[in-house]
Design a protein around this ligand. Structure first.
Ligand code: RIB
Length: 309
């Protein structure tokens, strides 16, 4: 039977400007180039998993504008099931102005727009289809009440969940997310979630362990160019990154999570799936853009084959 993944999350239209530096307040500065792309942490993760061959359904909301129409078409073109994508009248779609500097580092603003209208009632309306899923992915670009509701729903129905608590949300209630199967924060999100420092490897380990002690089964801390650390009650292991010269790191975390979901749901092999996901994310940062930098299964297989000694 095919394994099915649901993403309960956001979509955005990324407005990407490459910059030499950010303008100072009051300054007008010319930037070298601009392009638009499909983004949003939820849609990015859905598209990464779908491009790698997963059966993916997405619950999200777009506005009744041109960005909404093109977002729906893009999800469909990537093979994502859009039966639970809603259009909200009178709201703008989500947009994300993104600035990428010459080192590939990014700064992102998000305007959530219609993403704010994805409500617990939408989860209930999709309940029968969600019950047929093996894994549900969530991030924090939709209302927290929807995330809490989805985790509780999944827990009741024995469905595994991945929560990527991004972007960092100071009002996230840790008690509401302990039932998530996998928590995938970066160092900043981990610090916010635990109230503990995460400046060193030892501090990251201690902070992640405090979540394990509270009942979260698996914490995967993404460390950017340093890879990721997998921490469970019995394991603490580094998932090595792929060492490449980055062109644009935007969406690398989403590539990692979406591809991890795709490999994990099929194999249930945690470490092996994470190691493949690190390669997938590493490959994505050698190209510009978010979703447009994500390889298909065929492209990724070719890439992995070329890495073999
Ligand atoms: O994680 C990268 C994503 O964050 C971008 O695609 C942007 O839309 C924001 O949601």
């Amino acid at each position: 039977m095919a394994h099915r993944i649901a993403v309960v999350g956001s979509n955005m239209t990324d407005l990407v400007t490459s910059i030499i530096r950010m303008p100072a307040p009051g300054e007008t500065l010319e930037a070298p180039s601009f392009f638009m792309g499909f983004g949003g942490k939820g849609a990015n993760q859905a598209v990464a998993a779908a491009r790698l061959g997963a059966d993916v359904m997405m619950l999200t909301k777009v506005g009744d504008d041109v960005f909404g129409q093109s977002t729906i078409k893009n999800l469909k073109d990537n093979g994502v099931d859009i039966s639970h994508v809603g259009i909200v009248a009178g709201k703008s779609s989500g947009v994300a102005p993104i600035f990428v500097d010459e080192s590939g580092e990014n700064s992102i603003l998000i305007i959530k727009g219609a993403n704010n209208e994805l409500k617990p009632a939408d989860i209930d309306a999709a309940a029968e289809d969600l019950k047929g899923c093996d894994l549900i992915l969530m991030q924090l670009e939709v209302p927290l009440e929807t995330v809490y509701h989805t985790i509780a729903f999944a827990d009741r129905h024995g469905i595994e969940t991945i929560l990527n608590p991004a972007p960092a949300a100071p009002d996230l209630d840790p008690k509401q997310v302990v039932k998530a199967t996998f928590l995938v924060p970066n160092e900043t999100e981990l610090a916010l979630l635990t109230g503990m420092p995460t400046g060193t490897d030892a501090e990251i380990e201690t902070a992640a362990r405090s979540l394990i002690d509270k009942g979260i089964r698996t914490v995967i801390v993404t460390l950017g160019s340093r890879g990721a650390r997998l921490i469970t009650a019995d394991i603490s292991t580094l998932i090595e990154p792929l060492r490449v010269k980055p062109k644009d790191t935007t969406g690398a975390g989403d590539a990692f999570i979406g591809s991890f979901a795709r490999y994990y749901v099929e194999s249930r092999e945690l470490e092996a799936s994470l190691r493949k996901a690190a390669l997938y994310a590493g490959d994505s940062i050698t190209r510009e853009g978010t979703q447009k930098s994500y390889a298909t299964a065929k492209e990724f297989d070719g890439f992995v084959a070329r890495l073999q000694p």
